[in-house]
Design a protein around this ligand. Structure first.
Ligand code: HEC
Ligand code: HEC
Length: 330
């Protein structure tokens, strides 16, 4: 009898240790993307120029990592805040916690190695091995050509230092656990030549993360609805829904000419453009960073247009702005 009791006791101890171990494994395990690479990115004028272009006009790092002026439509950057971080993504906007973009000027990143910066941008894991909130579109950056990421690193290394302490993030349970398993090792792809317009357009659309906003969303992108719009954003003044940018003639942008497409982007950076003052509490405000994408080269916008003509058509009519409305809770 005593023997049976002893065996049961041992079994119980084993079970307790296993369950406890599993829970703390998920809680304390770091995302599994490997160590930061041992690399040194040489800073050349070509890389800084390419990085500046990408970070400000395509991957729009500076859109999230600088202060935005939300008294103006599309929230243009506040001069003198480039890379300082501190933009807030919180529960009121539908995020599972409170997150702040971080300071990416040398004031904060100077002690990081190039490998650590590369890993953060392309896999979403910070210097300490902790996961970053995927509002930072690292999943897309992980598919970019490594040479382009080196250029972005060379550029942010040469930004003027701005001292700005950013509050620590606070992720809600269970997302705090889920976000540990999202980061994946990067799978960089070679950049097509600019002459290969369709492939280059696809590369740019990935780098710019257009699909992230222009696709239906329920905790993640709803597969099969890519580029059909319909993702809703709760803004203080109402619900903003992204339009359909698939080539459907009736409900998408199938009827747009290439010239009209390019003009729409360029109109925000044209010398005749008058920034529209808005009251965020009630007015329509676009969160699409038009004033940044608008500085893309015309040939790059044309390549994006060419690629968007080839994605599957989605039939989806969207009401862009519903003043005073709330996003329905699921
Ligand atoms: C849509 C907004 C957004 C965009 C675009 C974006 N980031 Fe971030 N980034 C964030 C947020 C938010 C965090 C912090 C996440 C957290 O706290 O979990 C972050 C974190 C980082 C970190 C980690 C810093 C640290 O102290 O741990 C680096 C480095 C970084 N971003 C660089 C970049 C670069 C370079 C780009 C462009 C290639 C970029 N980001 C584009 C929102 C963005
Ligand atoms: C942060 C979210 C976000 C990102 C990223 C984004 N968009 Fe948008 N986009 C919007 C919203 C919201 C609107 C509707 C408001 C407006 O027209 O400004 C919009 C409108 C548009 C329109 C106008 C469509 C119409 O019917 O009037 C086009 C075209 C467009 N986006 C293309 C793109 C492309 C191409 C990219 C990538 C280079 C992109 N968007 C990235 C949110 C986004």
């Amino acid at each position: 009898m005593r023997k049976v009791f002893k065996v049961l006791l041992i079994l119980l101890v084993v079970i307790v240790v296993l369950v406890g171990g599993l829970a703390s494994y998920v809680k304390f395990a770091k995302p599994d993307v490997g160590a930061a690479q041992d690399i040194k990115v040489e800073i050349t004028p070509e890389r800084v120029a390419r990085g500046e272009y990408l970070a400000n006009c395509v991957t729009v790092c500076m859109d999230c990592h600088s202060k935005r002026d939300w008294s103006t439509n599309t929230g243009p950057l506040v001069p003198g805040t480039l890379g300082q971080g501190g933009e807030r993504f919180d529960r009121a906007l539908g995020f599972p916690g409170v997150f702040y973009s971080r300071n990416i000027t040398p004031a904060h990143l100077k002690d990081w190695t190039d490998g650590e910066i590369l890993r953060a941008i392309t896999t979403g894991v910070d210097r300490k091995g902790e996961p970053l909130m995927p509002v930072m579109p690292y999943v897309y950056y992980g598919k970019m050509d490594t040479e382009d990421i080196y250029s972005i690193i060379a550029y942010i290394r040469s930004l003027p230092e701005i001292k700005n302490e950013v509050p620590a993030p606070e992720a809600d349970f269970p997302f705090s656990m889920i976000m540990r398993i999202i980061p994946k090792a990067a799978a960089p792809e070679k950049k097509p030549t600019e002459g290969d317009t369709l492939a280059y357009g696809k590369y740019l659309v990935n780098a710019a993360g257009c699909v992230e906003c222009h696709t239906k969303w329920d905790k993640k992108l709803i597969a099969g609805t890519e580029f059909g719009g319909g993702r809703q954003f709760q803004l203080p003044g109402g619900v903003l829904t992204t339009p359909n940018i698939s080539p459907d003639m009736e409900t998408g942008i199938g009827a747009w000419t290439k010239e009209a497409f390019i003009r729409r982007f360029k109109s925000y950076v044209d010398s005749t453009y008058i920034p529209v003052k808005v009251n965020m509490a009630k007015d329509f405000v676009s969160i699409m960073p038009w004033t940044m994408y608008g500085n893309m080269k015309e040939s790059d916008l044309a390549a994006i247009y060419t690629y968007l003509r080839t994605v599957p058509k989605q039939v989806n009519t969207v009401t862009k702005w519903q003043p005073g409305a709330l996003v329905a809770k699921k």
